[in-house]
Ligand binder design. Structure first.
Ligand code: ATP
Ligand code: PRP
Ligand code: NIO
Length: 479
């Protein structure tokens, strides 16, 4: 099977490309923007991720013989001249995006494609596919990180993930948001994420006794021993045997890493196990827990005084179980007419779904006195006042009567060039730089916006000019 991602798109994109080719409009320049309207999980922010995959995908787009043959066979209406045009297809446009790891909010542009409509249309589906999933996963992981900021977080989800891509890119998203390691070796190899692993129940079950299994495991991997203690009876057998093996390791000058609890009352068992380990003179042996964990359970277990140092999180993280999709959209905001880019709008009966026309920039407005982000400010790219640091009127486009003026601020532009004229504009950051940048992002915000439960709404404001242009276009379409 081919690994070429070029046809990872909806048929309607190819149909529109074809119709543009037939009508001679394929070279019309357009601008599309990506945004989402609603934060997932009731969280106060989302963590942007998926850009690295977008970059690989865009760079590698090629209609090779196989793709062309498939299109020819699938749709007899596609003319040979169109298929020839596709052979020469390369992404030659501009792409701007916020860096991975950025905290992002509803109704602000996260990514913009400015290109020939022939190109900009093709890439919609894959871009949304990558960004929606990875941003969702990074946001879910960030919620888990919030409740256990000082503990070791392990991503264990592959066996329950929605297939292989979700497993590895989900692992990467979790790492961006603060997870420490993944169990998936391919994700480790692809992205350089640290990998960690304990052992399964099968290891214990495949031996005559639990003690024998623990001894043999420790013998094979003496420098990274974490023993799963719940196969038969956690406190009466598993922890007792683990302590014996830890002592045997000590006699060889080695230290056992941890035990893992995977069933039962994790609060109670961890406290009992901690006491037993401490009493045996093994305060350094850590406790790992797993079993259908998520941020609420972890929060609850901590509130119960659980003595757990490390959390293995699988199903609920990798499937974003409480909200399995993010609704990011890709909307046309401007098109070329008579040599100039003009704004376009999409009207909807639902006022929140009316698109904001025009090519926009988004600035994070940081208060100079506090060093904290005050609001995100969406303005047309040509607007100068924000770039010059002039006083800004911040108002909520949904409640325009609520406004304030801010004058001592730094405006950080969030959208950075990724491709310019089809060429990569700058080297992409590596994963550890992204992770560090993400940590810095969290520092920029008041804790009220970051808290997991009922967070304070963070304002995303529209410039007066962009707002007025939107009203004008709505008016124009009404008449
Ligand atoms: N102290 C606790 N407070 C709240 N929830 C807990 C506590 N301890 C464990 N849990 C969670 O409760 C759920 C109970 O899991 P489950 O019904 O599968 O029981 P189990 O002990 O895992 O049994 P099994 O032997 O079948 O694995 C799991 O999601 C687990 O993480
Ligand atoms: O519960 P999750 O958050 O999804 O985390 C992953 C789970 O996968 C493993 O169980 P599994 O029963 O598949 O294998 P095992 O025999 O090794 O326990 C592991 O023991 C965890 O319980
Ligand atoms: O290493 C582990 O303990 C592990 C890995 C994947 C799934 N469950 C557990």
């Amino acid at each position: 099977m081919t690994m070429n991602m070029t046809l990872h798109t909806d048929k309607y994109q190819i149909n529109m490309m074809y119709a543009h080719w037939v009508n001679g409009s394929l070279n019309q320049r357009v601008a599309f923007e990506v945004n989402f309207r609603k934060l997932p999980f009731g969280n106060g922010y989302a963590v942007f991720a998926g850009l690295a995959r977008v970059v690989d995908y865009i760079r590698d787009i090629r209609f090779s013989d196989e793709e062309i043959a498939y299109l020819r066979e699938q749709e007899e209406q596609y003319d040979e001249g169109f298929l020839e045009e596709l052979r020469a297809f390369r992404f030659t446009g501009d792409l701007y995006a916020v860096p991975e790891g950025t905290l992002v909010f509803p109704n602000e542009p996260l990514l913009r494609v400015e290109a020939r409509i022939f190109e900009a249309q093709l890439v919609e589906t894959a871009i949304l596919n990558f960004i929606n999933f990875q941003t969702l996963l990074a946001t879910k992981a960030s919620r888990i990180k919030q409740v256990a900021p000082d503990d070791i977080l392990l991503e264990f989800g592959t066996r329950r993930a929605q297939e292989a891509d979700a497993a590895v890119w989900g692992a990467r998203s979790a790492y961006i948001a603060g997870f420490d390691a993944t169990s998936n070796m391919r994700a480790g190899m692809m992205f350089g994420i640290p990998t960690k692993g304990t052992h399964a129940h099968a290891w214990v079950q495949s031996h005559e006794t639990e003690l024998e299994s623990f001894r043999l495991y420790a013998k094979a991997l003496p420098n990274q021993v974490t023993l799963l203690v719940d196969t038969y009876d956690t406190l009466k057998s598993g922890v007792v045997n683990a302590i014996r093996v830890a002592k045997e390791l000590e006699a060889q000058g080695k230290r056992m890493d941890a035990i893992r609890l995977d069933s039962g009352d994790l609060a109670y068992l961890s406290k009992q196990a901690r006491a037993m380990l401490d009493k045996a003179g093994l305060p350094y042996v850590k406790i790992v827990a797993s079993n259908d964990l998520d941020e609420n359970l972890i929060f609850n277990l901590k509130a119960q005084g659980a003595r757990i140092d490390s959390w293995g999180v699988g199903t609920k993280l990798i499937t974003a179980a409480d909200q399995p999709a993010l609704g990011g959209v890709y909307k046309l905001v401007a098109r070329e007419k008579d040599g100039a880019m003009i704004p376009v709008i999409k009207i909807s009966g639902n006022p929140e779904k009316v698109s904001t026309p025009g090519i926009k920039a988004v600035y994070r407005i940081v208060n100079r006195d506090t060093g904290k982000a005050e609001a995100d400010y969406v303005a047309l790219i040509e607007e100068q006042d924000v770039k010059n640091g002039e006083p800004l009127t911040l108002f909520d486009p949904v409640h325009p009567y609520l406004s304030k003026v801010i004058s001592k601020y730094d405006a950080i532009p969030l959208l950075k060039p990724v491709f310019l004229r089809g060429e990569l504009a700058a080297a992409m950051p590596d994963l550890d730089q992204i992770r560090a940048y993400h940590r810095g992002q969290l520092e920029l915000f008041w804790p009220e916006h970051l808290r997991k439960l009922n967070p304070e709404h963070y304002p995303v404001d529209l410039s007066l000019t962009a707002w007025q242009q939107k009203l004008d276009l709505i008016q124009q379409h009404k008449s």
